[in-house]
Design a protein around this ligand. Sequence first.
Ligand code: 5AD
Length: 343
Amino acid sequence: MTNLVEKLKTNRTLSHQEFYELLSSDAFDSSLIKSADEIRRKIYGDDVYIRGLIEFTNYCKNNCYYCGIRCANANTKRYRLSKDEILDCCREGYELGFRTFVMQGGEDPYFTDERICDIVSSIRKEFPDCAITLSIGEKSYDSYLDYFKAGANRYLLRHETANDTLYNKLHPETMHLETRKQCLYDLKKIGYQVGSGFMVGAPFQTLDNIIEDLFFLSELQPDMIGIGPYITHKETPFAIYQSGSVELTVRLVAVLRHMFPYALIPSTTALGTLHPEGREMGLRAGANVVMPNLSPQKCRKLYDLYDNKISTGEEAAQSRALLEKRVEAAGYRVVTAIGNVKR
Ligand code: 5AD
């Protein structure tokens, strides 16, 4: 093993300059990825946890410059699932062996705290042995607390970038990095298992910015970390910018596994979208979660965060058998388990 990788393995961190060296070429990739896989196997074996993703609304009041469901995109047909439709997704998911449901959506004012709590408590009542993950953006401490009391136990909220200047280039002036960070600390304080993360290769992002993300995550100590390549969406102001790199994303997954040996790290849909083997590459670099889509078929195409987002094949929760085969071919095993973070 090369020195830098060994050092990262021992100390779970590096200096800014050392991270730069590790990330800026493919020189360390084979030893880095091998070492990440060893760490992951030591803690999680060959288990791959599956999460059923329910994209329940693509309405969003925000206008993030990179995102396809931003409110200013008039060319996306908007949809919302009813409580019954959401519960049907969970029922189908449970039959397929899912024990975590992730309710993800835009920041949709229709879904008031009262409606969210009603849905969460209904899922909690019908599926007491499952984890309920929310991914519905920035809310007040009290709202987060209400969802938690209703039965939600995990929350995903990517910080997107830990650099203030870059944050302001990616988001309209109504949005602030400080607010995002406050939300993450509120969620932790309440007792959620918290997930954060960032996009790799977003417009204007530098390698120095990415290293800032690593240090921010060190400070936050999230239970789950989701990263994926930025992917261009043609109906956004960033349509002219190129997508991020699969190679750098995979390298970062391996780095994150070293920094956070116990974290739940998904091999993301964005990775699978940019490369036909992207999912497998993520798993081999230390990722231990996949999040297939449980949303009704008719909505899949409409939740278009970025161009060509995959939603059929092994990406669909309904194709669990296919997913299992691919995960096995990569050297791992899909398990039916709630898959809480090990600490
Ligand atoms: N490319 C890649 N990821 C994106 N997201 C939003 N838009 C894009 C895009 N164009 C990610 C954001 C968000 C998550 C739900 O999807 O990081 O947090």
